[in-house]
Design a protein around this ligand. Structure first.
Ligand code: TXA
Ligand code: MG
Length: 356
């Protein structure tokens, strides 16, 4: 397509994020308007100079991302906020609490923007998303460059977010000059997006849950109702098919015994139709009849599930004809994981008891 024709080709190199020379190369490239992928604690980001409209435009081209889906600016510390956002007096107290409790960390805040931020970052809107990552080398890098770095997840649009350098390579090799390997992501799920421009509203669930944010802010925090499937979401990213491998995904949520039965029955069914089945499930739900199995370890350890989920979906992509996944209850962090799983499954979720 037109966009692809415009795209420059590179010989992509994988550097090491904990090597000062490789970080220096990333900084150089960012200053020149090029893109560099790097690790954060959530997922890998595809970074470009957030003040350089041309560099930000190329982020959309490289990802194949719709231009109405705005970008998150990453900064090294709260002082750098001043150059990109307005903090209205009424917001100050809330911002201060969140900065103290959650930053650096997997929380993205939506603020009124300053005019220093190019339209291409905000999708033309009057707000901007900002985050300070806690990943050690990501912070070093941001400090070294001294610019806000616009970075969406470093996947081709629609694919599961990358949680290791190899995942980024699969999607973006040849399209960017450098990928900085900072190891496997500790969280593995994208940041919570919280809109502070009005009453606090979660636009994308993540590591920081509604309960936790309410505790910190000592006020009600609502969910964008569109996250439940109705209406137009305030976070444009939520309306796109996302996190999805090209193979169909079906999710099961219920008691262990019920899930095990379901998984076995489904494997039998798909085998009768000559299809290969991959299962991604908790260790105790290992179904021997499946063609391939990836363990999510113990179901009590939701962080572990988050770390492994996207990479597991990528691993089975192209390897099997159907993916079956064990889901979790939609509360606390489980709600964030199910938000991603429902998208991966395009809504194909089977519950033990009928839900409205
Ligand atoms: O953990 C993360 O947030 C990762 C790492 C790399 O930091 N980044 C990430 O970026 O997930 P991305 O672009 O894949 O997702 C950003 C989300 C999208 O759903 C987008 O619509 C929303 O944030 N967003 C960005 N700016 C916004 C704004 N001004 N108002 C509402 N939503 C916004
Ligand atoms: Mg993304």
């Amino acid at each position: 397509m037109h966009e692809q024709e415009e795209q420059r080709r590179y010989v992509t190199r994988i550097g090491l994020m904990n090597h000062p020379q490789d970080r220096a190369e990333a900084v150089e490239r960012w200053r020149r308007g090029e893109l560099v992928a790097f690790a954060t604690e959530t997922v890998y980001g595809l970074g470009g100079n957030g003040f350089d409209a041309e560099a930000c435009r190329s982020i959309y081209t490289v990802k194949g991302r719709p231009s109405d889906n705005p970008l998150i600016l990453h900064v090294a510390d709260a002082q750098q906020l001043e150059m990109i956002v307005h903090i209205r007096p009424a917001m100050r107290e809330r911002v201060a609490r969140l900065v103290q409790c959650c930053w650096p960390g997997p929380l993205t805040l939506i603020f009124p923007r300053r005019s220093t931020v190019p339209d291409v970052v905000t999708g033309g809107g009057d707000t901007v998303a900002v985050r300070i990552p806690v990943h050690k080398e990501a912070r070093l890098l941001l400090r070294e460059v001294g610019l806000p770095i616009a970075a969406p997840s470093a996947n081709r649009s629609g694919r599961p977010s990358p949680t290791c350098a190899q995942d980024v390579w699969e999607d973006l090799q040849g399209r960017i000059p450098l990928i900085l390997d900072g190891g496997a992501c500790e969280i593995g799920v994208e940041s919570t997006v919280l809109d502070l421009t009005d009453e606090p509203t979660i636009l994308r669930p993540g590591w920081y849950t509604q309960e936790k944010l309410e505790q910190i802010l000592e006020c009600a925090v609502s969910f964008d109702p569109a996250l439940g499937g109705k209406g137009v979401p305030r976070s444009p990213g939520q309306k796109y098919r996302h996190y999805a491998p090209s193979v169909p995904v079906r999710v099961f949520v219920g008691e262990d015994a019920w899930m095990r039965e379901q998984l076995k029955e489904q494997v039998r069914y798909f085998h009768q139709h000559g299809q290969k089945v991959g299962i991604i499930a908790f260790e105790n739900l290992k179904v021997a009849e499946a063609d391939a199995f990836i363990s999510l370890d113990a179901k009590e350890d939701l962080q572990r599930m988050g770390q492994k989920l996207f990479h597991a979906l990528r691993t089975f992509d192209g390897q099997v004809d159907q993916i079956l996944v064990s889901g979790v209850e939609e509360r606390g962090y489980g709600l964030s994981l199910m938000n991603r799983l429902k998208k991966a499954a395009s809504g194909d979720v089977v519950y033990a008891e009928p839900k409205e």
